[in-house]
Ligand binder design. Structure first.
Ligand code: IMP
Length: 385
């Protein structure tokens, strides 16, 4: 393939794969960085020159000089949070070159209240939302009673007036940019298993986190997407509820959580941790058709003797190789593990032999090449293959 003009970066698991760092890596070579779904339920942590940045609404391009950053129509916006993020970067001397879709929906105070109430009322089916009002805002959008940025501007709303200069037609500008040969990075939030349609419903978020969401969330055609990169964390984590077949024992989960600093960027909640799940990852590959993979946080596995990878599930006496839609089945499946040999810590940028074998096993199973490996939080710890 000639050099891709449009690149999509997506989470292949349950979110928190380290997409922020991978987006930041690609952002340096593009003109636009675009978010297309979700809201401030997302949290991208980036470490640049030792400084930690936590982004919730603004695309990661904000940390690169002079990129056009875009909030697509598929996003839901809490204006107070957006204004405070803009203010935060202005105070650091960064004036965001920002475009916000006039069609994006606005999170209202009642959405935030109802988010908590609805989640609590759902009992065992509660996803454990981030309580940012994201689900109720999307629900109003689908019921066609929502308020879009353009509607608030027409109502002369004070907060909306403050962002007026950034508001415009995202689909028009992005399509023109593509025609002019500009490069665009589409930055996914959350992950494949949190997709409203393809995730573990109802333990999902409320938007399409998978490849199709790029088109509906920005107004560009699928024919305009050149390359899709799947971000796979070297193990699995999950914030909030849902069956999680490869969840590790308490001791192992604590180990991964401590070493991987697995605490929610948005809510600070400890993340549930477990092993790689090939049933889940093959599914992510099928839904998204990744062209290549970026593997993150593999350094967290340094020092383990054996590393389990789930290759299939057992359900009663049957073998299951595809993600079941039936929650009752998914709750009861048992992972079947293959054990790979671990490796000792090796000085960066050398990769231990067994780490390479672990990476090759992922490539073989997903039938996709690995192009990036991330061995730490800082920008400098990324290896291109
Ligand atoms: P909501 O998106 O706040 O409605 O939450 C729905 C589910 O998605 C909950 O289980 C959340 O923990 C999860 N979730 C939402 N955003 C993220 C994220 O950025 N990373 C990981 N999990 C998330």
């Amino acid at each position: 393939m000639s050099k891709p003009q449009t690149i999509v970066v997506l989470g292949a698991q349950w979110g928190d794969e380290g997409k922020g760092k991978i987006c930041d890596y690609y952002a340096k070579d593009v003109d636009y960085v675009v978010r297309f779904q979700g809201g401030n339920n997302a949290g991208h942590t980036l470490v640049v020159n030792g400084e930690v940045h936590k982004l919730h609404l603004l695309p990661s391009g904000i940390l690169h000089h002079n990129k056009r950053i875009v909030i697509g129509n598929g996003m839901v916006i809490d204006l107070k949070i957006l204004l405070s993020e803009i203010e935060h970067y202005k105070n650091k001397g960064i004036n965001p070159n920002l475009l916000i879709s006039e069609r994006a929906h606005v999170i209202l105070p009642q959405h935030i209240i109802s988010d908590g109430q609805t989640d609590e009322a759902k009992g065992k089916l509660a996803a454990g939302t981030t309580r940012r009002g994201v689900g109720p805002c999307y629900a109003d959008k689908m019921k066609r009673v929502g308020l879009r940025i353009i509607d608030l501007l027409n109502k002369k709303n004070t907060l909306a007036q403050k962002i007026k200069k950034y508001v415009g037609d995202v689909s028009l500008e992005l399509n023109q940019a593509i025609n002019q040969g500009k490069k665009i990075l589409f930055e996914g939030a959350q992950g494949t298993m949190l997709d409203i349609d393809h995730g573990v419903y109802p333990y999902t978020t409320s938007s399409n986190t998978t490849a199709g969401g790029v088109c509906t969330g920005t107004g560009i055609s699928p024919k305009k997407i050149d390359k899709i990169i799947g971000v796979v964390k070297a193990y699995t984590s999950r914030v909030g509820q849902s069956p999680f077949p490869t969840e590790a024992t308490k001791k192992d989960a604590n180990y991964l959580r401590q070493k991987g600093n697995e605490y929610g960027t948005t809510t600070g909640r400890p993340r549930r941790c477990g092993w790689l799940d090939f049933v889940q990852l093959r599914y992510a590959q099928r839904i998204n058709n990744f062209d290549c993979l970026a593997i993150t946080k593999i350094d967290v596995l340094n020092g383990l003797k054996k590393i389990p990878i789930c290759t299939k599930y057992r359900y009663k006496n049957k073998t299951i190789t595809e993600m079941p839609a039936d929650l009752e089945i998914f709750r009861q499946v048992k992972p079947v593990y293959e054990y790979l040999s671990g490796w000792p810590k090796t000085p960066f940028p050398h990769l231990p032999v067994n780490m390479k074998k672990y990476l090759q096993r992922i490539e073989k199973e997903m039938q996709v090449p690995i192009k990036l490996i991330s061995l730490g939080a800082d920008r400098k710890t990324t290896i291109q293959c």
